[in-house]
Ligand binder design. Structure first.
Ligand code: NAG
Ligand code: NAG
Ligand code: NAG
Ligand code: NAG
Ligand code: NAG
Ligand code: NAG
Ligand code: NAG
Ligand code: NAG
Ligand code: NAG
Length: 361
C-alpha cells in the first residue's frame, strides 16, 4: 500500500516538474509569456534616472523617488531618459542623462545607466524579463553616437533587432524574445537615420505614437495621437500606443515640474485624472489597451495596479515591493542641512534659467 502510494507519487514527479516550468513567469506573470510584445501593457517610468531623493537633495525636477534598479524590481518594464551632449567632455562622458539642462539635474553618463540596467537583466532572477528603454534624443545624437554607448555598456548583447524599419504586422511574444536572448527593446525619439551597425536602435515614432505629454490639469488628459504628427485615433498606422500619464505644475519662472502633490490620485486606479480611469478611456477609444503607460513617481498609486488590471494579472510573482508612500524629505534620515540644500538647488535653477535665456536655449 505504502509502496504503491510512493510509486504513484513518483509517477507524478515528471508531471509536476513540467507544470512548474510551464508556470515560469515572464514579466512577473506566467500568463504573459505567450502574449505578443504589443498585446499587453508595459509600465514605464518617465525620466527614470531623474530622482527626487537624497542624492539630488530632493530636487523638484526629479520625476521618481526610487532609482532604475528599484523600478525594475517593482515591475516597471520601460525606462525613459533624456540624453544630452556635453561638448566639452569626451568618450562616454559626452552623452549624459540630464533633465532639460545638465546644470539643472545631471544623472551621470548614458553608459553608466545602461550598465545599471544590464546588471539587473544579468541577474538569475531576472532572466525572463523583457525590458524596454526609451531614449529621448535631446541633442540629436546620431545612431552611431548612441550605439557606441550601448556597445560599451555591454547591454547591446540583449538588444532585439526588428526585421525591418517599417511597422511589423505582429511583434514577437515575450517567450520568443526570452528564448532568443533578445530581451531588450530600444527606442529612440528620434533618430534621423537608422544605422546598419546598430540596427537595434529603433526610431520611436516609426513604431510608436504618443498622446500629448504636456498636461497640467487632471481633467485634460487625452487619448488623441500627438506625436508623430498627422495621425488620428482611427489612423495610427499600426503603431503601438505610449500613453503619457503624468501631471506638471508650473513653478517659479514658468519652469514645469512634476506635480507631486496630486500624484496619489494621478497614479491611482480611480479618481479624477487617475491612471486606471484614463487607461479605460483610451482602451475604449482604440479597442485595445495602450502598450505602454509612462508615469512619474511610479511607486505611488501604486501605478502597477492599473497595469496589472489592464493585463488581467492578479497574482504577479517575483516583484520586490516598494512603499507607495511619498518620501518625506524632512523626516529623520535626511540630514540637517536639507533646507540649505533646497536653497542651493533653487540657486542652481535660477542659474540654469539665466544661462538658458542668455544662450537662447
Ligand atoms: C491578445 O491577448 C489576448 C489574451 O491572451 C488574446 O485573447 C488575444 O487573442 C490576443 N490578441 C492578439 C491580436 O494576439
Ligand atoms: C538603487 O537604490 C537602492 C535603494 O536605495 C540602493 O540600494 C542601490 O544601491 C541603488 N542602485 C544604484 C545603481 O544606484
Ligand atoms: C562637461 O564636461 C567637462 C569636461 O569633462 C566638465 O568639466 C563639465 O563640468 C561638464 N559640464 C556639465 C554641464 O556636465
Ligand atoms: C529568433 O531567432 C531566430 C534565429 O536567428 C530567428 O529566425 C527568429 O526570427 C527569432 N525570433 C524572434 C522572435 O526574434
Ligand atoms: C484644460 O483644458 C481647457 C480646455 O482646453 C483649457 O481651457 C485649460 O486651460 C486647461 N487647463 C490647464 C490647467 O491647462
Ligand atoms: C475618462 O472617463 C471618465 C469616466 O468615464 C470621464 O468622466 C472622463 O471625461 C474621460 N476623460 C477623457 C479625457 O476622455
Ligand atoms: C497639482 O494638481 C492639483 C490638481 O489639479 C492641484 O490642486 C495642485 O495645486 C497642483 N499642485 C501644484 C504644486 O501645482
Ligand atoms: C491623496 O493625498 C491627499 C493628501 O495627503 C489625501 O487627502 C487624499 O485622500 C489622497 N487620495 C488618495 C486617492 O489616496
Ligand atoms: C519640509 O519642510 C519645508 C520647510 O520647512 C516645508 O516647506 C515642506 O512643506 C516640508 N515638506 C514636507 C513633505 O513636509
Amino acid at each position: 500500500m505504502f509502496i504503491r502510494s510512493l510509486l504513484q507519487v513518483a509517477a507524478l514527479i515528471p508531471f509536476l516538474t513540467s507544470t512548474t516550468s510551464a508556470q515560469t513567469a515572464c514579466n512577473n506573470s506566467p500568463s504573459l509569456c505567450s502574449r505578443a510584445y504589443n498585446n499587453m501593457t508595459h509600465l514605464g517610468a518617465h525620466d527614470s534616472p531623474f530622482l527626487r531623493d537624497k542624492s539630488t537633495s530632493f530636487s523638484t525636477s526629479g520625476n521618481q523617488y526610487y532609482n532604475s534598479t528599484v523600478q525594475l524590481d517593482a515591475g516597471v518594464r520601460l525606462l525613459s531618459a533624456q540624453v544630452h551632449k556635453n561638448s566639452s567632455a569626451s568618450g562616454s562622458d559626452k552623452w549624459r542623462l540630464c533633465h532639460s539642462t545638465c546644470e539643472l539635474l545631471d544623472a551621470g553618463s548614458l553608459t553608466n545607466w545602461l550598465k545599471e540596467i544590464k546588471a539587473w537583466m544579468d541577474a538569475d532572477a531576472n532572466k525572463n524579463e523583457v525590458v524596454t528603454v526609451l531614449i529621448v534624443n535631446s541633442d540629436d545624437a546620431s545612431a552611431a553616437d548612441i550605439g557606441a554607448q550601448f556597445a560599451s555598456s555591454g547591454i547591446d548583447s540583449y538588444a532585439y533587432t526588428p526585421p525591418s524599419t517599417t511597422v511589423p504586422k505582429t511583434w514577437p511574444t515575450l517567450q520568443s524574445l526570452i528564448n532568443n536572448g533578445t530581451r531588450l527593446m530600444t527606442f529612440v525619439a528620434s533618430l534621423s537615420e537608422t544605422s546598419s551597425q546598430y540596427p537595434y536602435l529603433m526610431d520611436e515614432f516609426t513604431y510608436i505614437f504618443e498622446n500629448d505629454f504636456e498636461n497640467e490639469s487632471p481633467s485634460n488628459y487625452t487619448c488623441t495621437p500627438n506625436r508623430p504628427s498627422g495621425l488620428t485615433t482611427s489612423s495610427t498606422g499600426g503603431r503601438m500606443f505610449l500613453m503619457n500619464h503624468f501631471l506638471y505644475s508650473t513653478a517659479l519662472f514658468g519652469i514645469q515640474q512634476p506635480n507631486s502633490t496630486y500624484v496619489n490620485v494621478t497614479n491611482a486606479e480611480t479618481g479624477l485624472g487617475a491612471l486606471g480611469t484614463q487607461l479605460d478611456n483610451c482602451t475604449s477609444v482604440y479597442g485595445q489597451a495602450p502598450q505602454f503607460v509612462l508615469v512619474d513617481f511610479f511607486n505611488v498609486g501604486p501605478a502597477i495596479a492599473s497595469v496589472d488590471q489592464a493585463n488581467g494579472v492578479s497574482s504577479a510573482t517575483g516583484r520586490k515591493s516598494v512603499t507607495t508612500a511619498q518620501p518625506d524629505e524632512n523626516a529623520t534620515g535626511a540630514d540637517d542641512s536639507a533646507a540649505g540644500r533646497r536653497g542651493a538647488s533653487l540657486v542652481a535653477v535660477v542659474v540654469a534659467v539665466v544661462v538658458a535665456v542668455a544662450f537662447g536655449l
